[in-house]
Ligand binder design. Structure first.
Ligand SMILES: Cc1cc2nc3c(=O)[nH]c(=O)nc-3n(C[C@H](O)[C@H](O)[C@H](O)COP(=O)(O)OP(=O)(O)OC[C@H]3O[C@@H](n4cnc5c(N)ncnc54)[C@H](O)[C@@H]3O)c2cc1C
Length: 314
């Protein structure tokens, strides 16, 4: 029996595929077009124009009924988690979100890849500050894969593609995407940037971000921020790093005037190195930082920019 993977054409679904494969052979379910993942069989639902969690859940349920999988996996993205939550609620099934490892158990407690009585999962909780080991007893566990926890599966193309048109209810389309508004962004995206410079309350105002933008321009960096900043309306929510924002994993994360609340660290702890610029030598961010400069960011950030300019001038 197969493991079903709700798949989209992105890295997160490839990571989810790696995780799903630890439970057995994987078949994908995609909406609109095949996600192009290297699996034996891909089920592709036609007739759903835009993202609608209820409709995606209905399509997934149709394949569940047809294939009788041993587990259903999705990427631990907002969509993946939302669709699985719908399926869990409709079918009264257990759902473990943001898993980093899966291990089926047989009745003697030994590990088995397939057909075990229960499934042990390791999953990320509390915005990344806790790893939980939990055991799920169900013939159909629903699981999502924590982003960046495992390597993405490589390769392309399903051996066999089965196209189907799910039977949808009017209620399935009540919540749906009705419009896409393009992000106004001139630079590199937060998720892809090798260097991210984030500002917090310590930056003081929307205009205060000018010095961060200037430094970012020199370092090909993206500019992020804390939630205090988005709540104050200084920057858009798309710039927010953290538990309820974007999770970044750059080579260098420069936190300017950010105290280092756990909800913020949840979004930047994937960075290879963290440099904190903070006027408070006791700020919690120092516990997560590899380097720190204690002082006023309005002096330190322009000083770094000036030094970089000096180093680059002929
Ligand atoms: C459910 C939930 C989800 C949340 N999600 C997020 C999230 O996704 N992202 C997020 O960021 N927060 C999130 N938060 C909010 C989080 O708890 C903190 O309130 C927030 O991160 C604090 O932002 P800050 O560090 O900018 O501000 P503060 O905590 O006020 O820190 C400001 C820092 O700036 C320093 N500073 C002040 N002036 C200067 C100066 N001139 N030079 C240098 N340093 C200076 C201060 O010493 C201080 O350390 C969430 C909270 C909850 C409850």
């Amino acid at each position: 029996m197969a493991v079903l993977l709700l798949a989209e054409p992105d890295e997160f679904s490839r990571q989810a595929l790696t995780l799903a494969r630890t439970l057995g052979e994987v078949e994908t379910v995609s909406i609109g077009a095949d996600a192009g993942l290297p699996v034996e069989r891909a089920h592709v639902a036609e007739g759903i124009e835009a993202y609608a969690p209820g409709a995606w859940a209905s399509a997934l349920e149709e394949v569940i009924d047809r294939v009788s999988p041993t587990a259903v996996v999705a990427a631990g993205t907002e969509r993946g988690n939302e669709v699985l939550a719908h399926v869990a609620a409709r079918r009264d099934l257990p759902f473990a979100a943001n898993c980093t490892a899966l291990l089926a158990q047989d009745s003697s407690g030994g590990a088995s890849r397939n057909g075990g009585d229960s499934l042990t999962v390791i999953r990320v909780r509390w915005g990344g500050s806790l790893l939980e080991e939990a055991r799920i007893h169900s013939s159909l566990p629903l699981l999502s894969a924590a982003p960046h926890a495992v390597a993405a599966a490589e390769g392309a193309g399903s051996a066999e593609i089965e196209i189907f048109t799910p039977a949808l209810d009017e209620a399935d389309l009540v919540v749906r995407v009705s419009e896409h508004v393009d992000e106004v962004s001139a630079g590199i995206s937060l998720a892809e940037a090798k260097v991210v410079i984030s500002g917090g309350r310590g930056v003081g105002s929307a205009d205060g971000f000018g010095i961060l933008e200037e430094l970012a321009g020199l370092l090909d960096a993206a500019v992020g921020c804390s939630r205090v900043v988005t709540s104050a309306g200084w920057r858009p929510h798309t710039d927010q790093v953290g538990q309820t924002g974007t999770k970044v994993s750059p080579d260098l994360y420069i936190a300017c005037g950010i105290s280092g609340a756990t909800q913020h660290i949840a979004g930047c702890k994937g960075a290879k190195k963290i440099l904190a610029i903070n006027s408070d030598a006791e700020a919690p961010i120092l516990a997560s930082a590899d380097y720190a400069v204690i002082g006023d960011l309005t002096e330190i950030v322009p000083a770094i920019t000036a030094e970089l300019r000096k180093g680059r001038s002929p």
